[in-house]
Design a protein around this ligand. Structure first.
Ligand code: ZN
Length: 536
């Protein structure tokens, strides 16, 4: 599907996964959406197509293939490797071999990174990829109906997406939505994702989800979670089959987490999900949102007394999303237990999830990873995520400091009192968006920083662009000046996926047609008419 026949073994897929892909492509209607999307056998567009007159190194990501990313400003996000005004990154096969100035690598191809910032690929630790065809439908919406009748309540997220739209998804809708989202987020430099998919209505829906993640060719963790609870869903027991069919090896790009969502399916169902997830050694992930009434359950999880047998607790295998409205007791216990937190700053602020708990996390010595959540309501690029976290936290702390004075000289600009939270820095939020994302998905042994021995998930950002030049500060330029137009080259596990501004081996035009057809099916099925200027 991507690249050449034979790529699968080098991409680390297991035999079972390869077999699963073949079976899926034969058996499913999604094959029609998937087949022939990519230019098999053509690793690079023509020079005229990609516009740079320059091609990427051949066969990147294959065993033994070496190339040197030469002369960029390198921000490794690994304190032991450090930052370099100018350095080289040597990649061999899937892995980073060396990061330092002046590497000599006889026979290696060279990627000229002069004028570029070289950073680890970004990670999004919570993204509902199946919703791509619904982009922008809920730009004004809040999470639930507050019965105000306002444009933010009608339509609202829970009714429109979960109650109305989600049940209309067929496996082929899941496939094209997840694939398209994956590719377009890869285009923005996000090389790792946790797909909180919520669309496992049946085993066929689950297989379509995984197939799309595999075909998008980025590092992905599938959250297997409840769909609309139709009789054929087999949630959560189908986890055993999924694990065997798709995830029998850890040496592959796509992995699995168990959805332990408390809002879905009732206590009996989610209790089984947590237990099966732990039997299978899976990470367990779940939303915790103040407005969804889960506070008492969250407290039970903090005390190890949750679920039908009153024996479930959260631990270092647990990733909670949002974490708004959580009691101080639960926060402290989760911190001590090693629970990780994914914060979707822009969505939490726009959709009434509650205030992103960044100050509580700072107080406890914790750090979040960042997540995009839903494209129905906000762009999922890393720059939106980083700048939202940065500005939101600084708004709170700056106002706190101003109010420590009396707004009049000589106390109009007070020195922050002891105990005032530190202002987040651009370096902090860059760490949230890279290394923390990998850590929170238990992937930091493979990705998240430019560290020799890790797999090469690398982004080259163009610092010569008119809205960035002259380059005076690397993390400042990335976080406060850049946008997705600066994402020039994207590499996943050594393989160049975007080159000089263009995704390789992907026909996005054709895929967008498939996505529109999916949108048309969904709208027709639920009786929604597209209204380009109506309430969203
Ligand atoms: Zn979510």
């Amino acid at each position: 599907m991507i690249g050449r026949a034979g790529d699968e073994s080098e991409s680390g897929e297991s035999a079972a996964a390869r077999q699963g892909r073949r079976g899926f492509l034969k058996a499913s209607a999604a094959a029609a959406a998937g087949a022939g999307l990519f230019t098999v056998g053509s690793a690079a567009p023509s020079a005229a197509q990609e516009g740079g007159g320059d091609r990427p190194p051949k066969d990147t990501g294959r065993p033994g293939r070496r190339y040197l990313i030469r002369g960029g400003a390198v921000m490794s996000m690994d304190p032991d490797v450090g930052d370099f005004e100018t350095a080289d990154v040597l990649v061999e096969g899937k892995k980073i071999v060396d990061v330092r100035p002046g590497i000599r690598a006889a026979g290696a191809d060279v990627i000229d990174a002069r004028g570029r910032i070289v950073v680890p690929g970004f990670a999004d630790t919570h993204h509902h990829q199946f919703e791509t065809a619904l982009r922008g439908t809920l730009a004004d919406a809040v999470l639930f109906d507050d019965h105000s009748g306002s444009p933010s309540a009608v339509p609202n997220y829970a009714d429109f997406v979960l109650t109305r739209m989600a049940p209309a998804y067929r496996p082929q809708d899941v496939y094209i939505n997840v694939l398209f989202s994956g590719l377009t987020q890869l285009d923005a430099g996000i090389t790792t994702v946790h797909d909180t998919s919520q669309i496992h209505h049946s085993p066929e829906h689950s297989d379509a989800s995984v197939q799309a993640l595999v075909d998008s060719g980025r590092r992905s963790v599938l959250q297997y979670t409840a769909g609309d609870a139709r009789p054929e869903s087999r949630f959560p027991e189908d986890a055993h089959r999924l694990r065997n069919r798709w995830f029998s090896s850890d040496d592959q790009l796509v992995g699995m987490a168990m959805g332990g969502e408390f809002y879905a399916g009732g206590e009996e169902s989610w209790s089984r999900a947590w237990k099966i997830g732990r039997q299978l050694g899976l990470q367990i992930t779940a939303h915790v949102v103040s407005g969804s009434g889960v506070g008492p359950v969250v407290d039970d999880f903090a005390q190890g007394t949750a679920g039908i047998d009153k024996d479930l607790g959260a631990g270092d295998d647990t990733l909670f999303i949002h974490m708004t409205g959580v009691s101080d007791m639960a926060w402290r216990r989760f911190r001590d237990a090693g629970v990780q937190v994914s914060a979707a700053f822009p969505i939490e602020m726009a959709m009434r999830h509650g205030t992103p708990p960044i100050l509580k996390m700072q107080e406890l010595g914790m750090e979040p990873s960042l997540s995009s959540d839903v494209e129905t309501t906000m762009a999922p690029d890393p720059f939106t995520l980083m700048r939202s976290a940065f500005t939101m936290q600084r708004m709170l702390v700056n106002q706190m400091i101003l109010e420590q004075g009396d707004f009049m000289p000589p106390d109009h600009w007070p020195t922050p009192a002891e105990g005032t939270p530190d202002l987040l820095t651009v370096r902090d939020v860059l760490r949230f968006a890279t290394l923390n994302g990998a850590k929170h998905l238990r992937l930091d042994h493979k990705s998240g920083s430019l560290t020799p021995g890790k797999e090469a998930d690398i982004v080259l950002l163009d610092a010569t662009a008119p809205h960035v030049t002259p380059l005076n500060n690397v993390p400042g330029a990335v976080v406060s000046l850049m946008d997705r137009s600066n994402v020039e080259t994207v590499i996943v596990a050594g393989k160049v996926r975007k080159w000089r501004g263009r995704l390789l081996d992907v026909d996005l035009h054709r895929l967008s047609g498939e996505l529109e057809a999916s949108r048309d099916h969904l709208f027709k099925t639920v009786g929604v008419k597209r209204d380009l200027f109506g309430p969203s």
